[in-house]
Design a protein around this ligand. Structure first.
Ligand code: NAD
Ligand code: DAU
Length: 344
């Protein structure tokens, strides 16, 4: 099988590329990735020299590049996106451009190239905050952040290409991923890497927002499974079956790392902060998918990975763009009392 992966230099995409190249010795992967701040060639340094992997540095919004990358490809797995909710609150334009316009360009070129499968990687955030019960695939979309809205718009475009143009596409919606190679602006790697340096973690609001956590290696296994066994036109939820309020998860990590409670510092809440996400994953399970990583084991593996890979995350935390973004964020959120450096 020849695959086009978009966003393969990012967190989940790079884990997916590594996984499929290892599991399928005859598969080849083209990785279309423009390398934003979140894209990092180091994430795939171990496969980069091989004949079965090629990175094309281009924008998914570029129809020529997309068409070129789709030549001779059997299937597309589409990860490329702006993915951080906080950034979408500060500036939503790139989210609309990449997540909506970019997805449209890929759908159009996939239709022209007559690919046999298009897997669109989406998120549980499109369902909005679920106070009770669990989101099922047919539930209405009620996105609340500009990020979630841009992903929901992309989901609807995928659906329309499937119905109108018979594009053999399917949509996956996963919960919060964690694991190796996650950019240290997201909650868990920020927490772990700040704790290594005895720096505080800024806890948004009352810390009672509930997220479901899926280990990235289980997520990429589920994507591989659906690429091969999923049905065209369907949506599949991919959860981790491990939901917890942020406070509880943070407390667990704090104890595992032996750090003082004073390192968890409440800050004003994220605007529009969804209270709870919860996925019903019965449809995926009914197809026969089984998780391989118990949560505790995955959390320990993740902490151990960041401990062993300082050379990967330190430069990212030092980089100017990263600081500038957080400085703006904290200045905006905490007003004149803000001391951005106190939160990292
Ligand atoms: P990420 O931010 O780590 O990586 C995104 C990648 O896309 C980067 O390599 C970046 O360079 C690339 N990219 C961005 N804009 C591009 C463009 N215009 N053209 C080409 N490449 C571009 O993201 P992630 O956390 O790995 O998420 C991957 C996908 O999974 C996203 O679609 C996201 O919405 C979805 N998702 C993420 C999570 C999560 O917990 N991280 C959960 C559910 C769904
Ligand atoms: O639910 C799936 C989504 O998970 C994906 O679609 C997104 O791409 C991904 O970024 C993630 O979104 P979240 O907003 O849930 O993830 P984040 O890591 O930013 O935050 C997780 C929780 O922790 C959330 O309730 C906000 C809180 N938080 C986050 C940060 C960065 C804090 O309390 N403090 C922080 O500094």
């Amino acid at each position: 099988m020849k695959l086009l992966v978009t966003g393969g230099l990012g967190f989940i995409g790079s884990n997916f590329v590594r996984h499929v190249l290892k599991s399928h010795p005859s598969w080849r992967v083209v990785n279309l990735d423009i390398r934003t701040y979140a894209g990092n060639p180091a994430n795939l340094a171990d496969v980069a020299g091989g004949l079965r992997y090629r990175w094309v540095r281009a924008d998914i919004r570029d129809p020529h590049a997309a068409a070129e990358c789709m030549r001779g490809v059997d299937a597309v797995v589409h990860f490329a996106a702006e993915s951080h909710v906080d950034r979408s609150i500060l500036d939503a334009a790139s989210f609309v451009q990449t997540n909506v316009v970019g997805t449209h360009v890929l759908l159009e070129e996939a239709r022209r190239a007559a690919v046999e499968r298009f897997v669109h990687v989406s998120t549980d955030e499109v369902y909005g905050s679920v106070e009770k019960g669990f989101s099922r695939e047919a539930d209405p979309l009620e996105p609340n952040s500009p990020y979630a809205a841009s992903k929901a718009a992309a989901d609807l475009l995928v659906r329309s290409y499937c119905v109108t143009h018979k594009l053999p596409a399917l949509i996956t919606r996963s919960s919060n991923n964690f694991g190796p190679y996650q950019f240290p602006e997201k909650a868990l790697p920020l927490l772990i890497t700040n704790f290594f340096d005895d720096q505080p973690f800024p806890l948004y609001g009352d810390g009672m927002n509930v997220r479901d956590w899926v280990y990235v290696l289980d997520h990429v296994r589920a994507l591989e499974f659906l690429l091969l066994k999923g049905r065209t036109g369907e949506v599949y939820n991919i959860g981790g079956m491990h939901a917890a309020p942020n406070k509880e998860l943070i407390e667990r990590v704090r104890k595992l790392m032996g750090k003082p409670a004073s390192l968890v510092q409440p800050v004003p809440d994220r605007p529009g902060h969804d209270r709870r996400y919860a996925l019903d994953c019965g449809k995926l399970k009914a197809l026969g998918f089984k998780h391989a990583y118990p949560f505790d084991e995955a959390l320990n593996l993740t902490i151990a990975w960041y401990r062993a890979n300082e050379a990967w995350w330190r430069p990212l935390k030092k980089a100017g763009g990263y600081r500038k973004y957080y400085d703006r964020q904290y200045a905006a959120r905490l007003g004149r009392h803000a001391d951005p450096s106190s939160a990292r």
